[in-house]
Design a binder for this molecule. Sequence first.
Ligand code: C2O
Ligand code: CU
Length: 494
Amino acid sequence: VGAAAVGTGGAFGWWWASADIDTAGRVEFERRLAIPPLAPARRDAEGRKVFDLRAAPGKHRLRPGRPTATWGLNGSYLGPTLRAARGETVRVNVRNGLRETTSLHWHGMHLPARMDGGPHQPVKPGATWSPTWTIDQPAATLWYHPHPHGETARHVYRGLAGMFILDDPKTPKTGPTGGALPSRYGVDDIPVIVQDKRLDDANQLDESHPRMSEVGLLGDVICVNGTTGPHHPVTTERVRLRLLNASNARIYRFGFADDRPFALVGTDGGLLPAPYKTTRIQLSPAERAEIVVTLRPGERAVLRSFPPDLGLNLWDRRFAGGDDALDILELRAARALEPSPRLPDELAPAPALAPRTTAVDRKFELSGFTINGKSMDMRRIDFAVDLDATEVWEVTATDGTQHNFHVHDVQFQVLSVDGKPPPPELAGWKDTVHTRPGIPFRLAMRFRDHSDRDMPYMYHCHILYHEDQGLMGQFAVVEPGEKPGRPGPGKTGR
Ligand code: C2O
Ligand code: CU
């Protein structure tokens, strides 16, 4: 594919060539990977861990040459990594230094609905919003990003996003039979936030969609942590990469250029039951994967995205970025590497919310910009779930295009994919799953804390153009038998 296909001519020559952005083997990796700093925190009088974030415009050198006008949190592009442990109560002061309303959502976090940072918690220009909650979930790689109704794509694309790492003091540092995961932030435990951009000749963000794209913004310039063509110096035998797909629409199929195997150790909501040795991991927007790769002294290893498996025909695949191979990041091992412990054999208990054959409680059909024929309405709560209930949701994309499915507040267990047990990469906790056309996904989830009857959580497609166009719905968690309220515009924004 790629270069070889260009110039095949004929009636389809123009679209074939125009959609081709293959960069495999063509990236120089001249710039050192930026590592987002860990956000400093202080303790307040109530013992809470307090962070300060300020969203503001900036100028950022996304690639060599002229700087790009961007947005960032506490900096010109992206935001610092927040880190907190299970049991800690956090408070984040989110100050809006932009000229327009935004919000900040804690993706993957279990927390009260009014702290969630969704479209019902807008932060006006000049205002500060200070949600607070207690971390009550396993160690995981979560992230944060704006969620203003209808504007999420633009706000994320301009640079508002960051990682939120959760630790769990109850998880032993070493496995029951020895071994440990690399866990020194910025040394052998590296955040890898992957995004694609379209830059014009003056290096400014092009916010238009490529011709015929059904998924919205697809870029041909890949950034990791806001750096194009990055390399990272490796000083230890093993390195853990926390991969986050923070792109608007692009789906990556990560692997190494030399096809070396790596261990998948974690997904969206936590560690897998055991390391899974593989050569590819596919991530749709918002999904995360923690992988551990082993290097030999002095060698280089290129993290690449191979053409993803989208379950589409040739034509549709092309316009969803399905034929692109892209070089992401080069790992450069030092001549002498510090030894790393081997990986533990066991990592975390497997999710066990419900057996695979449990009856379905709700069905969701994703099609166009709708779920079950309805598009998002801020004033409509689509349904209520009972507090402490475990539900099984069946999600199917029925329109033959790309979607994924994300649920706020919970991490779910994938019970089945097309009736069959989930593959190893879907065997751990997930909050976002890529739905292949026509294939039913059954997800089990448990709804814990009470949310306000009139303050809902969202579920939606995380292809941001689809989400903004209305492929989203709202649910409330209520006491059994209670009815949800109606979130009026008057209830938002305070
Ligand atoms: Cu990543 Cu509704 O969000
Ligand atoms: Cu979608």
